[in-house]
Design a protein around this ligand. Structure first.
Ligand code: ADP
Ligand code: MG
Length: 466
């Protein structure tokens, strides 16, 4: 079983590898990106990303040939993805694109495309080229690392010129596409470092990756471990800022494991715990532990059968008898939401079989006594930028007040990371985007005046390799 320390080390392992490369990214070759390049690449059909794609090169350590295949696969799908993002940014109202923050993101995409174009018409056939290409991937991941905070600031500044619905539609597509693009790049970087040709490198940050890992995927991920590390991190923020530290209890099946991406689960759980910790503090209930139940999901076949039943019920407008969202996203599969097609992807799971038949997925229920969510606010939960966060109010509750806080301070704290408990209003919609990316979901049930239940369903991603 994977120790927490090993998991944490591995989760952070990409960062040193990026730094390793950052020194040399100055030498990355670029090519001028023309409008014709963008139009040509964006016209290509997008490859819907599946987890089978990410695992298809085999378990590490990859041979030289498998590593070259991974590089070529990555190269095949990234340029058109970037071109699509550039087009969709350019389709925003002019005054919005002209905002310096939104424009910065546009510039980042053009830069990344310019680093890929030199490879676009050829195959990567030597290790030398593969190393250069991995440097390009590291540059891509690095360049786009601060996107959320920058876009949040941009849309906050430009909100007079664009409706909330338009913002949510754009961000939902953009940020979901970003999840896939980063994943492909990060997967190649991880496979690079754990490949036969490169793993002996003296300062290889991936040399201690546990055997359950295939690149950035952990085939034996234990949600309870991640919950504990998130509890610690969010507890720390609460202690430092407010002098109180809410607690959690885990019940159900804490030993359940699934195959999933630790970075994604960590993001989602951090956001959900931040919300619950803040709610119990604001509600004066920080002594009431937050109850987290881990329940293994039914076998995949049962889930599919249940999903089909749900679809039929929807078609006939019948009431749906299970918490909305818990199994409602099975049709999303491993679709890239940026694929441009609005319909759900089909047949994504045809060649993916559950890695562990006993636990093809888990549902995690986070139950807090934080007072719940008013019906009025409940309707806005999935809007990017919706927040009721007011740090002064929390300070008043726990320690009798403090000076004012600039709203933009909270934003520069970043999404997901940062030392702030809340403020961007991106936690729930982006958390849901991560959960849905591989067929899970998030549903929120509020008992207004008492507390909130959040259901996070995760579908084990399965694998085609052994
Ligand atoms: P943020 O936390 O930055 O405000 P989120 O998207 O995470 O953004 O949450 C949006 C809003 O939903 C919060 O500001 C809060 O009003 C409400 N909310 C979310 N989770 C809870 C919860 N567990 N209890 C009470 N309110 C919640
Ligand atoms: Mg939040």
């Amino acid at each position: 079983m994977l120790s927490l320390r090993a998991a944490a080390r591995h989760n952070g392992a990409l960062r040193p590898s990026l730094q390793l490369f950052r020194r040399s990214t100055r030498h990355i070759q670029t090519a001028t990106v023309t409008d014709a390049d963008i139009a040509r690449l964006a016209a290509k059909p997008l490859h819907p990303l599946t987890l089978a794609d990410l695992c298809k090169h085999g378990r590490p350590p990859l041979s030289q040939q498998a590593l070259l295949n991974s590089a070529n696969f990555t190269l095949e799908i990234l340029p058109s993805r970037l071109a699509h993002r550039i087009q969709s940014l350019r389709a925003l109202p002019y005054i919005v694109v002209a905002n310096p923050n939104v424009n910065k993101i546009h510039g980042n995409y053009v830069h990344s495309l310019s680093t890929l174009l030199p490879y676009a018409e050829k195959k990567i056939e030597t290790l030398e080229d593969e190393i250069k290409f991995t440097e390009v991937m590291a540059d891509l991941v690095q360049t786009h690392s601060n996107t959320i905070a920058i876009l949040a600031r941009g849309f906050l500044e430009a909100r007079k010129y664009i409706t909330k619905d338009e913002i949510t539609r754009f961000l939902d597509e953009h940020l979901r596409a970003r999840i896939g693009t980063r994943l492909v790049a990060e997967q190649h970087i991880a496979l690079h470092f754990s490949s036969q040709p490169h793993r002996e490198l003296a300062d290889n940050p991936h040399d201690d990756a546990p055997p359950s890992y295939i690149g950035v995927i952990d085939t034996a991920l234990k949600p309870a471990d991640i919950i504990h590390s998130c509890e610690h991190m969010v507890g720390e923020i609460c202690e430092l800022k407010y002098g109180v530290r809410p607690t959690i209890t885990i019940i159900g099946d804490p030993d359940a494991t699934i195959a999933h991406i630790p970075m994604h689960i960590e993001y989602i759980l951090t956001e959900l715990l931040k919300n619950s910790f803040r709610a119990v503090i604001e509600n004066g209930q920080e002594k009431e532990p937050i109850e987290i139940t881990i329940a293994p999901a039914p076998a995949a076949e049962d889930a599919h059968a249940m999903h089909e039943k749900l679809q039929k019920q929807r078609a006939t407008n019948e009431e749906v008898g299970v918490p909305v969202g818990v199994v409602s996203n099975y049709d999303q599969g491993s679709v890239d939401h940026a694929s441009g097609s609005n319909g759900p992807a089909k047949a994504h799971s045809a060649n993916i079989r559950p890695l562990d038949k006993q636990t093809p997925g888990v549902t995690i229920r986070i139950r807090d006594r934080g007072g719940g969510i008013s019906p009025e606010n409940h309707a806005k939960l999935w809007e990017y930028g919706f927040t009721t966060f007011n740090e002064d109010e929390i300070m008043d509750k726990v320690s009798g007040g403090r000076g004012g806080v600039d709203a933009l301070d909270a934003i520069s704290g970043g999404a997901g990371g940062g030392s702030s408990l809340a403020g961007l209003g991106y936690g729930l919609p982006l958390g849901r985007a991560y959960a849905e990316y591989f067929g899970g979901g998030i549903a929120v049930q509020s008992l207004w005046g008492w507390g909130t239940d959040v259901y996070l369903s995760l579908r084990g991603v399965g694998s085609v390799v052994d």
